[in-house]
Design a protein around this ligand. Sequence first.
Ligand SMILES: C[S@@+](CC[C@H](N)C(=O)[O-])C[C@H]1O[C@@H](n2cnc3c(N)ncnc32)[C@H](O)[C@@H]1O
Length: 278
Amino acid sequence: MLPRIHRRPPSQRPSVAPHVEILPTDPIYLLMMENQTKTHFGFEQVAEAEKARRVADVFDSVAQKYDLMNDVMSGGMHRLWKSFTIARSGVREGSRVLDVAGGTGDLSLAFSRKVGKSGEVWLTDINNAMLTNGRDRLCNKGFLTPAVQCDGEKLPFPDDYFDCVTVAFGLRNMTHKDVALAEMHRVLRPGGRLLVLEFSQVWKPLAPFYDFYSFKVIPRIGELITKDEASYRYLAESIRVHPDQETLKGMMEQAGLEKVEYFNLTLGVVALHRGFKF
Ligand SMILES: C[S@@+](CC[C@H](N)C(=O)[O-])C[C@H]1O[C@@H](n2cnc3c(N)ncnc32)[C@H](O)[C@@H]1O
């Protein structure tokens, strides 16, 4: 049965356009909410706009302690995963590099050292707190790397521009991963490469220990260090709903990338996917 429509006097009705008035109890409103496309936020199903808002909340909350938490949670291993990514990037003096969802700038910093004065590195992220930390950190190390606040799904860069595009631990948080991958493909020059470093599906025998660590230990560490257990529960959940190695490889091929391959790191806790644009 449809709910009763409560009508307020016209002066009190919220209007979304001069000639349209919708109340939260209106059947049309309920139908609109019902029809909103849903997506994952960890294990929850939420409307797409809601996911973007909640991802923003997570990174606003963790930004100040992000680097410390990365070291503690991974036992410093994220540094090795990132070094492996840099080694596979083919970036050298003069290269143009785009770091999507670059956050506090680990990859941008390493690339800035490699490309020299003749190259370019662009640090980008959708979140102002993360990006500001990254930009300041690069600046303190002597690199005036451009930092651009933008959505990985709508990159403000021309077609065929970059030699290398990277996204490390960022794709998982994006709502339309297919759109983001197509954008990263678009801005690569022919011959350029995309590197996606992301949590992935762990080697099966390790799964029970990994589950215990991610669902019981990590949120506690999060609570201790950042006073925010929920954001670190989201981290563990978002990893479980992220596409596995083969699925992500297929998605990259769908986005137009070629010669796509992946490297499992730490028994599949993380995988580096690499594809080329020809
Ligand atoms: C786990 S952090 C990774 C930061 C950095 N790349 C690293 O490896 O340390 C994920 C980052 O993705 C960013 N992010 C989430 N959704 C995004 C989107 N749609 N476009 C661009 N960045 C996004 C977040 O703001 C956050 O800084």
